[in-house]
Design a protein around this ligand. Structure first.
Ligand SMILES: Cc1cc2nc3c(=O)[nH]c(=O)nc-3n(C[C@H](O)[C@H](O)[C@H](O)COP(=O)(O)OP(=O)(O)OC[C@H]3O[C@@H](n4cnc5c(N)ncnc54)[C@H](O)[C@@H]3O)c2cc1C
Length: 114
């Protein structure tokens, strides 16, 4: 089988990249498990939380906001985000974690699983 791009891993990162490339390249996604999304993707709480994580993770999360709030026409039959009240808690020992909550950012929203 000949293909332009081989992506290793069918988590959200791999399949998102595949979807982005698929209109202009032939793409194959290689997954070691019996189903896509088996690891971190399948365990996600599905929260869109721009105030979670360090600067790099927060930037990646923020970059997805436009798509989640205004997906392309025909992408989904329902809104992708719903407002959600979330309480983050952490022990004092975690206060200097490398995964701090970012200040002054939008509150978390839940990503619809429908
Ligand atoms: C409990 C939990 C809750 C979470 N909650 C949230 C949340 O609310 N909001 C949020 O934004 N993020 C959340 N996250 C983080 C989020 O789930 C991850 O950042 C995201 O799913 C990572 O996606 P990924 O595609 O990079 O990795 P993965 O989903 O782990 O995908 C990587 C894939 O690559 C495959 N793979 C690896 N090596 C090979 C190989 N050599 N050959 C073939 N396949 C291979 C693996 O089997 C796996 O399927 C949570 C994570 C966890 C664990």
């Amino acid at each position: 089988m000949e293909t332009d791009v081989a992506i290793v891993g069918a988590g959200i990162a791999g399949v998102s990249l595949a979807a982005e490339l698929a209109s202009r390249r032939s793409v194959v996604v290689l997954e070691q498990e019996h189903a896509p999304g088996y690891h971190a993707t399948g365990r996600s709480a599905a929260l869109f939380a721009p105030n979670y994580g360090g600067p790099l993770l927060a930037a990646l999360t923020a970059a997805s906001e436009r798509h989640l709030r205004r997906p392309p026409a025909g992408f989904a039959e329902h809104p992708l985000l719903d407002p959600q009240s979330i309480l983050f808690s952490a022990a004092a020992i975690r206060s200097h974690s490398s995964m701090p909550l970012q200040k002054n950012s939008a509150p978390p929203m839940s990503v619809s699983n429908d």
